[in-house]
Write a protein that binds this ligand. Structure first.
Ligand SMILES: Cc1ncc(COP(=O)(O)O)c(C=O)c1O
Length: 489
């Protein structure tokens, strides 16, 4: 290349960089993101994610926490404070945070530069993971659709039921206070006016009380268009609500009698949380389809599954023409998530976490019951199965003495009658114990810790609750209000 040509090329390159090449916008680097403090995060979140959501973070005292790392049953914040996680991300953290076996599997997967996308080229890991789920699931629940979120699995189950049953029997029964997700079909069978807002929903759906087999039977007998019923085996958002014993056996018999499909939502109750892999296994029955998500990825990856009977799957997706009607979607069965999820299944059995959930659940329930006896005016009910527990506090919305009523009237209206918000925030602030809440029943503290917890962890939570409750109603509310007002200054 002559000198002149060289000059021309470099001038052209400079011109390209200056005029044509897209300019990199002001992106934070990963290390700059890591260095953000609580207020900077808040500012960016409020500007770019969901401004009103911060309202709840503030009410519960979450807004000040910057998580530095998480291990086992603890979060560790930037100041080194350890927070005992009895919320578990709505049950997602069944194996605890950053289980070493999952980290190792992921490390090897990345190091070997493996990559499989099952929708494009066959994935060994998707095949092996699905086979594992089929081996665990009872009966002939053998065909697995893989997705990334719970809602996606619910959508898959509802669509399968509709196609199996045909247009004449496309009505779906769902239950009062149900929650199945926020995508359109899942939302249509979630009993929340708030979440449904004014979105248009599926037309063919009917609602029954949860756990009431007679009401369900009457509805099914009177309406031949009913082709499916969907329900959480234990309702989470409703306040950790169990149906009466024997309900699922009766449900199975009813569905068999009327050729109705039963879809079991085990997105929270599944993966061992109740002391069985699936909560419906306590009654030795098999649904037509079951959905899993949350803990399925071991807390390290987003993966969900809809598992159904081969006969249903084959009927609607069993030919080359119909094979692609449902799946796969872009992220169905990626090798990396499937490796992690497969290893999580091994850990669950190797470490006897399902047995531990049953034992620790019984231990914790008994200790919480004792608190109820000690504080009969503050605690209404303790209920649950395994490590899926609701601790229901008294509803004080109508009975607060005047001075306290005046005090809480200065707080958010969602907290006014709800002791659980005050108690939950104080558990975190005074004791470093994180618990959850239930959406439809604001008086319930939601305990869904990792299944690796031991008696010491349970004792810590009970002692923290004991301390907060021992302050009495006025002590709880004044302490909460003082902290809240101080932090909002
Ligand atoms: C019982 C149940 N079903 C479905 C869903 C929806 O799952 P996702 O939020 O992953 O879409 C949830 C989420 O909380 C759930 O608890």
């Amino acid at each position: 290349m002559s000198e002149l040509q060289g000059v021309l090329v470099s001038t052209f390159e400079e011109l390209y960089v200056a005029l044509v090449r897209p300019v990199k916008p002001p992106l934070l680097t990963v290390s700059e993101a890591k260095a953000l403090d609580a207020r900077q995060t808040e500012a960016l979140h409020c500007k770019h994610i969901n401004p009103a959501q911060y309202h709840f973070f503030r009410l519960l005292g979450f807004h000040d926490i910057v998580v530095e790392r998480a291990e086992g049953v603890h979060y560790v914040d930037r100041s080194g404070r350890r927070i005992l996680d009895f919320f578990g991300g709505f049950g997602t953290m069944a194996l605890g945070h950053n289980h070493p076996r999952l980290l190792e599997v992921r490390r090897i997967h990345d190091e070997e530069q493996r990559h499989e996308m099952d929708f494009l080229l066959p994935s060994r890991y998707a095949a092996a993971f699905s086979a594992g789920l089929a081996a665990i699931a009872p009966g002939d629940l053998d065909l697995v659709f893989l997705g990334s979120t719970g809602s996606e699995a619910v959508e898959a189950a509802l669509k399968l039921a509709e196609l199996v049953q045909g247009p004449e029997r496309s009505t779906v029964v769902y239950t009062e206070k149900s929650f199945h997700g926020k995508t359109r079909a899942a939302l249509s069978v979630s009993d929340s006016k708030k979440y449904q807002a004014s979105a248009r929903l599926l037309p063919n759906r009917r609602r029954v009380p949860f756990g009431d087999i007679a009401a369900l039977e009457a509805m099914i007998r009177s309406d031949r268009s009913i082709g499916a019923v969907i329900l959480e085996t234990i309702q989470g958002g409703a306040g950790i609500v169990l149906p009466p014993d024997g309900y699922f056996r009766q449900l199975r018999a009813l569905c068999d009698q009327h050729q109705v499909l039963w879809i079991a939502d085990e997105i929270q109750s599944g993966m061992g949380r109740t002391g069985r892999f699936f909560a419906f296994e306590h009654e030795d029955v098999v649904p037509d389809a079951v959905v899993l998500a949350k803990a399925l990825g071991g807390g390290k990856t987003a993966i969900s599954a809809m598992i159904t009977r081969a006969q249903h799957f084959q009927k609607v997706y069993g030919t080359p023409r119909t094979a692609l009607i449902q799946g796969p979607s872009t992220f169905s069965g990626w090798g990396g998530p499937c490796c992690i999820a497969l290893e999580a299944l091994h850990v669950l059995y190797d470490d006897d976490l399902i047995g531990n959930a049953e034992r620790m659940g019984a231990y914790l329930l008994a200790r919480l019951e004792a608190l109820k006896v000690r504080y009969p005016r503050l605690v209404k009910e303790v209920r649950g199965r395994g490590l899926f527990i609701g601790f229901e506090l008294a509803d004080v919305s109508q009975t607060l003495p005047l001075p306290l009523r005046v005090l809480v009237s200065g707080l958010d209206e969602r907290l006014r009658g709800s002791l659980s918000g005050f108690v939950g925030a104080l558990l975190l602030q005074r004791h470093g114990v994180l618990v959850g809440f239930t959406d439809y029943n604001r008086n319930v503290l939601r305990l869904e810790p990792p299944l690796i917890v031991d008696e010491g962890h349970c004792d810590q939570v009970v002692a923290a609750l004991d301390d907060v409750l021992s302050s009495g109603l006025s002590g709880i509310i004044t302490d909460y209000a003082a902290r809240f007002l101080r932090s909002s200054r």
